[in-house]
Design a binder for this molecule. Sequence first.
Ligand SMILES: O=C(O)c1ccccc1NCC(=O)[C@H](O)[C@H](O)COP(=O)(O)O
Length: 212
Amino acid sequence: MRVKICGLTEPEGLRAAAGAGAAYVGFVFFARSPRNVAPAEAARLAALAPAGLCKVALTVDADDAALEAILEAAPIDMLQLHGAETPERVAQLRERFGLPVMKAVGVADEGDLPAIAEHARAADQLLIDARPPRGAALPGGNGLSFDWRLLQGRRWAVPWMLAGGLTPENVAEAVRLTGARQVDVSSGVERAPGIKDPARIAAFVRAAAAAA
Ligand SMILES: O=C(O)c1ccccc1NCC(=O)[C@H](O)[C@H](O)COP(=O)(O)O
């Protein structure tokens, strides 16, 4: 089981994720998010990460200049695209920046599933998240889940990660129903928007590992 703790904004959260055994940490570069960090802040946090911890930059329909600014400032290992990026844009960014790309795909019902397979043709990994309802404050990180049974028995050509409304309390059930081998959490391990709770991070990683 590989766990991603997303939306880190301060050293305590980063150290808690690393100490608990997370495989990935995510930094959000999206101005409207309570988890938004500037590239220089991400660089300071990334410097605290032990070797082997994958540092992910989460962006939303970012242009090349914004991505360049992030990658020049911070030692990022993977891009997470959380907007309406097409498979063609994913392929272009992989080529241009030479980093693995994880494409987020939103799921609310069965009609959303074909997009997962389409993105699997271009991305290195998929993040299968809850599709935010119209008018949601953010494209992700809303603490919303979806019907996990939609993923039952399905396989894709690249590794995938389950996200959306996961918590220490429900992650075991989500893993049982979907067969996920990677899980991502943000608001479910926070004590306030943008501020992670070290005890909840540890409980989440423990529960996910025990469910595998
Ligand atoms: O977390 C944010 O603020 C955010 C902002 C804009 C786009 C995506 C965002 N988060 C995406 C994530 O990777 C979250 O970890 C994922 O959606 C799950 O979030 P949660 O339901 O809060 O665990």
